[in-house]
Design a protein around this ligand. Structure first.
Ligand SMILES: [Zn+2]
Length: 431
């Protein structure tokens, strides 16, 4: 089921014309504002001359620091009295990032979340168990309003109290759930412990999972834990609107539809800011075309992805991006080529003769940085094949990363394991 079928299956020509019209309208509005922030941002922009969305590439980027520097309301384009809601990011470093919404923004927020729920397989007849946190965080209220807009029966469970949550899912007959993937796994364990899994499985069909990075391996785990539901990735960030910026559909898992009638995506080289054109990975940049209170132009998300331009079997025509493969902060530059540790991980995990452990050594002592990868053979039976496995790994890395990488494959168990927290994978050699 599609929530807004006519919009969601519009032809690329129609979508592009609409994007262009919306961009022009937005820029004309912003240019007329009596705001120091927007006057500086739009110096030299002639909105009336826009004939194509490619014009966007000539505009300056927006970064998270813009929001911090103008805290709390310096980027608002409407009077605060016209806003009906505030959300904020957690603010791990200093002040939180505050975002505001008009009534029309809340409607838009509900629409894109209703679309997202439909992408995962939701319908108006469903009971939707929402275990995202309610509060300043956009996740809880975003999906709550989306579920109501869809016409589903929303259970605002919020986070915490897993025992109570699984009994609610059972008693109320949840058909869909929204949660972080790690909380979804925890709830699955609890449902098994409490003897409720079989009953919940009989009604639960899908889940929308996001707000933390998760891999396809994690998807398999979550789907199996809940007895074969569709686990779909929902993407968003409060600076753009919250959840519902992009969504994976159950028919086309692996890539997410960016709702680009509202949020226009670009992918740029994080080092140069130039558009990446050939489908290689880069930083996702988003422009809000229709938001009222707090539009952003070319917002640098810091998230790494690439365009996926094959048509999706679901029939939606929104441009797709691959599920996120990391953060630009993790990027290494080797001989002018951007290398993401996640890309190396993908190659290592792909080879059945290799175990999951690996290390990336980034050596910048010479004039040109060098990179080498240490991996581990999966089993003792692979030891006689060591040179063959190393040759294969070297070739695949060269093919995927377009650089020469030194590799070595040790015996099974030869690399140190981390006892606590996130494993350290990247080692810098600077002296
Ligand atoms: Zn699709």
């Amino acid at each position: 089921m599609l929530f807004q079928p006519e919009i969601e299956t519009a032809s690329p020509e129609r979508r592009r014309a609409e994007q262009c019209e919306r961009l022009r309208t937005l820029l004309e509005r912003l240019a007329g504002l009596d705001s120091p922030y927007w006057k500086a941002k739009l110096a030299g922009v002639d909105a009336g001359s826009i004939r194509d969305v490619d014009y966007l590439a000539s505009l300056p980027f927006t970064v998270k620091a813009d929001l911090r520097d103008t805290y709390p309301f310096g980027m608002l384009t409407v009077p605060l009295a016209s806003c009906v809601r505030i959300h904020a990011s957690s603010g791990t470093k200093g002040k939180p990032t505050v975002v505001a919404y008009t009534a029309a923004d809340i409607t838009l927020f509900a629409d894109v979340n209703a679309r997202s729920i439909a992408c995962a397989g939701g319908t108006p007849d469903d009971v939707l168990h929402n275990a995202y946190g309610y509060g300043l965080f956009t996740g809880g209220l975003g999906l709550h309003y989306g579920g109501e807009r869809m016409g589903a029966t929303v259970v605002p469970a919020s986070g915490g109290n897993p025992g109570f949550q699984v009994s609610l899912m059972n008693d109320l007959g949840a058909n869909g759930m929204c949660a972080t993937p790690s909380f979804a796994l925890l709830l699955a364990e609890r449902a098994v412990e409490d003897g409720l899994m079989d009953a919940i499985r009989s009604t639960l069909r899908y889940g929308l999972f996001g707000a933390e990075p998760w891999s396809d391996a994690m998807r398999t785990k979550v789907e199996q834990a809940w007895g074969g539901i569709d686990a779909c990735d929902i993407y968003g960030l409060s600076e753009v609107i919250g959840p519902g910026v992009a969504m994976e559909c159950r028919e086309g898992k692996g890539a997410m539809h960016v709702f680009d009638d509202h949020f226009l995506p670009e992918i740029v080289d994080p080092a140069t800011g130039e558009p990446v054109t050939d489908g290689s990975p880069g930083e996702l940049v988003l422009t809000t075309l229709t938001k009222e209170a707090l539009p952003v132009l070319r917002y640098r998300t810091g998230d790494v992805t690439r365009f996926v331009d094959e048509p999706c079997p679901c029939g939606r025509t929104f441009r797709r991006v691959a599920r996120l493969s990391g953060r630009t902060d993790d990027m290494l530059i080797v001989r002018g080529v951007n290398v993401f540790p996640s890309a190396i991980e993908a190659v290592v995990l792909d080879d059945p003769a290799l175990g999951g452990q690996y290390q990336i050594w980034f050596d910048r002592r010479g004039t040109l940085a060098e990179i080498s990868v240490k991996a581990e053979l999966a089993t003792a039976a692979d030891i006689p094949m060591r040179h063959e496995v190393e040759r294969r790994l070297r070739e695949r890395l060269a093919e995927r990363l377009r650089i020469r990488v030194e590799v070595s494959c040790g015996d099974p168990g030869s690399l140190p394991r981390s006892e606590v927290g996130k494993a350290k994978r990247v080692f810098d050699v600077t002296e």
